[in-house]
Design a protein around this ligand. Structure first.
Ligand code: C2O
Length: 578
């Protein structure tokens, strides 16, 4: 506790509750109302001997933890005290009928301007596990992020042994320079942005970097106990491998959905994903310490941060062992940087629990089939008589079905709700690529993308099957696609071009993994299904921030249903204006 400041402080009854839940609490019929206050403020932070002023929540880096119980309502007041425009996204929260609180800037809301505030107001329905929050404007999420922990309802146990302790482990990326300057420069020159200087665990790069040993995440454990690690990949641009030397994980949950438990020494986690794992400690004091390490999984052609973050797992030293002895420190072995085989095997092991208590409600019939290509491309250099720093003097760009998304200057959801959408967006996002080409073969000569603000409109309760196909236009690359407002089921994946005759025969409709972020395999495809039962405008984008900046994003517009409880709620009075 102590990381959030309750707006009003009651003494007595509340004190006990506050020890468990930082934040101001009130009971309601369905769960509890929890108040948080996020003051967006600058804070001086030093890492790798570089000191800079970063945008934070309440002066904390990484940001504060939000804890709730399934069924609770969260009221999070965000007050902007920094020069930048701000919006916050509650990544993975379904936001049933509360799309106004989803957070992506210019999609569901105008950003919160300097000196302004906005109260995000939503109820956690039918979800429990680890999610996270992050800024959803430009690259500000590089320092504005933190965990969301949703506990099961009172009296409902986890579907696995109760852990002795729970530890959030949030991966990030540290830039010595200002990430806002890096991306704005890259968008001007058309080249790839500078890469990060370090990866971090809970904000700390660890001893494998210069001038960083004192900034190491250390976890002290007892022998013979089970720890629940709540892993979150908040890195801007990198998928990560993670392992702890001489220990095995049991994966039990991804994206706040329980999975069939399986053991693994190493896991892979894309930006946007969360993974809960159990780690059983050695039964006796092992006379050693153990590195936990993460480094990137890389499929693209560009430069990347080729470094390793390390934290240390220490055992509590028994009193009968001499303190002064220096313990050996073991190192895990991580897969090669481009080990796609490992990633495929790992993702194939992920299965929904699919029990009566936690069923996999896979849509069995499909109302609408969509096929989207995702990948990089180019745009013309807009500086006259100059060459840009992208491929052959162009600018890097990225697209879905060759549409590179143009961000509007007012929020799409507001425009739609108030009937003022005319000219702001087109409701005709292409259901297929306009031209067939060999998506994963020799790239076509023309690599130029088109630009537009296009939405895919879905009637309420449409059951959707979407194939996302990577392209090799500027080289095949894995793209972790994130869908707002829904979880989806990953019913199939493969390499090469999706074959509509053969591949659907192998779809898993029994226990596919359910999640909100899924890597489209490098040079391959993924098939997802979801039920569009949540009215609103829902962003979908690559969670590699550089690809989002280049336009690898689009939005779904899910219309209201007929019944009163199938309609988007009216906008709150304090919804920011552009
Ligand atoms: Cu985690 Cu649209 O984002």
């Amino acid at each position: 506790m102590g990381e959030n400041f309750p707006s009003i402080m009651f003494i007595g009854v509340l004190t006990l509750a506050l020890c468990v839940f930082p934040g101001f609490v009130l009971s309601q019929n369905e769960g509890t109302i929890r108040h948080y206050k996020f003051n967006i403020q600058m804070k001086t932070v030093t890492r790798l001997c570089h000191t800079k002023s970063v945008v934070t929540v309440n002066g904390k880096f990484p940001g504060p933890r939000i804890t709730a119980m399934e069924g609770d309502r969260l009221l999070i007041e965000v007050v902007n005290h920094v020069p930048n425009n701000i919006s916050i996204h509650w990544h993975g929260i379904r936001q049933l009928r509360s799309g106004w609180s989803d957070g992506p800037a210019y999609i569901t809301q105008c950003p919160i301007q300097t000196g302004q505030s906005y109260v995000y107001n939503f109820t956690v329905v039918g979800q429990r596990g680890t999610l996270w929050w992050h800024a959803h404007i430009s690259w500000l999420r590089s320092t504005l992020y933190g965990p969301i922990i949703i506990l099961p309802k009172q009296g409902t146990p986890y579907p696995f042994a109760k852990p002795y302790n729970e530890v959030p482990i949030i991966f990030g990326e540290w830039f010595n320079a200002d990430p806002e300057a890096i991306i704005s420069q890259a968008l001007q020159t058309g080249g790839g942005p500078n890469v990060s200087d370090a990866y971090t665990i809970n904000g700390l790069p660890g001893p494998l970097y210069n001038c960083s040993t004192k900034d190491t995440f250390k976890l002290k454990v007892k022998p013979g106990k089970t720890y629940l690690f709540r892993l979150i990949n908040a890195a801007l641009n990198d998928e990560l491998f993670f392992s702890v030397a001489n220990h095995t994980f049991t994966v039990v949950e991804t994206d706040a959905i329980y999975v069939k438990p399986f053991e693994t020494e190493t896991l892979v986690i894309t930006p946007g994903q969360t993974t809960n794992v159990l780690l059983k400690t050695k039964s006796h004091f092992p006379n050693a310490s153990f590195f936990m390490m993460a480094r990137p999984y890389v499929t693209g052609q560009g430069t990347f941060d080729n470094s390793t973050v390390a934290g240390i797992l220490n055992y509590v030293i028994p009193s009968n062992i001499r303190h002064s002895k220096k313990l050996p420190l073991f190192t895990p072995s991580l897969p090669a940087l481009n080990d796609t085989n490992f990633v495929t095997n790992f993702t194939n092991k992920l299965r929904s629990l699919a029990t009566p208590q936690f069923p996999a409600n896979v849509p069995k019939k499909v109302d609408k089939h969509f096929f989207f290509t995702v990948g990089l491309g180019t745009s013309p250099c807009d500086k006259r008589n100059q060459t840009c720093q992208g491929p052959n003097g162009t600018k890097f760009s990225a697209s879905v079905n060759n549409v590179s998304f143009v961000q509007p200057n007012t929020a799409l959801l507001q425009a739609h709700y108030s009937g003022q959408s005319n000219g702001l967006y087109s409701p005709y996002f292409p259901v297929n690529p306009l031209h067939w080409f060999n998506y994963t073969g020799t790239p076509p000569n023309n690599t130029m993308v088109s630009n537009g603000t296009k939405l895919m409109v879905l009637p309420f309760n449409t059951s959707v099957e979407l194939i996302m196909q990577d392209t090799s236009i500027l080289g095949a690359e894995s793209h972790p696609l994130h869908l707002h407002g829904f979880n989806f089921f990953v019913v199939g994946q493969g390499f090469g071009n999706f074959d509509p005759n053969k591949d659907p025969k192998n779809f898993n409709l029994v226990d596919p993994i359910e999640r909100n972020t899924m890597g489209v395999p490098s040079g391959g495809w993924v098939a997802i299904r979801f039920l569009a039962d949540n009215p609103g405008v829902w962003f979908m984008h690559c969670h590699l921030e550089v690809h989002t900046s280049w336009g690898l994003k689009m939005a779904w517009l899910v219309l209201d249903g007929k019944l009163p409880n199938q309609k988007l709620l009216p906008p709150p009075a304090d919804l920011p204006k552009c």
